[in-house]
Write a new protein. Structure first.
Length: 153
């Protein structure tokens, strides 16, 4: 059995609208002199960079198979793999709103999250914890139990 689920964040759409609200007035109000051209070019480059990064981190894919749990953003990087034998416990948790989204070092471990507050926290054999943000925590927990030696309770 393999579980594969991609969760999307639509924050990048809002960011694109914000980009348009910023860059269009800058372009329309710019003079034809060299200084204005540089301002438009730098503003556009910075906004494009922010847009690409936001788009890249707008999808989190979680794969559970016989080898363990893999989480990755965008097209596959950054990626985190937890071997099935290294997972010694798990639970459904709710993230605090200020933990945010993306890759985060939180008070008791690391977290990958793209949207929402629901997550599954994995207890690792080395004593660390890892949180995976998901919109279907019960399905993720069931998949991990189905493919590892862990048992509920």
């Amino acid at each position: 059995m393999e579980y594969r689920h991609a969760q999307y964040s639509y924050l990048w759409v809002l960011l694109l609208l914000w980009f348009a609200a910023v860059i269009v007035p800058v372009v329309l109000l710019a003079d034809d002199d060299a200084e204005s051209t540089w301002i438009v070019a730098i503003t556009g480059t910075v906004l494009l960079f922010i847009g690409v990064v936001t788009f890249w981190f707008s999808r989190l894919t979680v794969v559970v198979d016989a080898h363990g749990v893999t989480c990755y953003f965008g097209a596959g990087r950054p990626r985190r793999f937890m071997a099935d034998h290294a997972i010694i416990g798990l639970r459904k948790v709710r993230n605090k709103w200020y933990y945010g989204w993306g890759i985060r070092k939180i008070s008791h471990g690391w977290m990958y999250n793209v949207w929402g507050l629901d997550a599954v926290e994995l207890d690792m054999a080395d004593g660390t914890k890892f949180r995976i943000g998901t919109d279907e925590p019960d399905d993720l927990i069931a998949a991990i139990y189905a493919t590892t030696a862990l048992r509920p309770g």
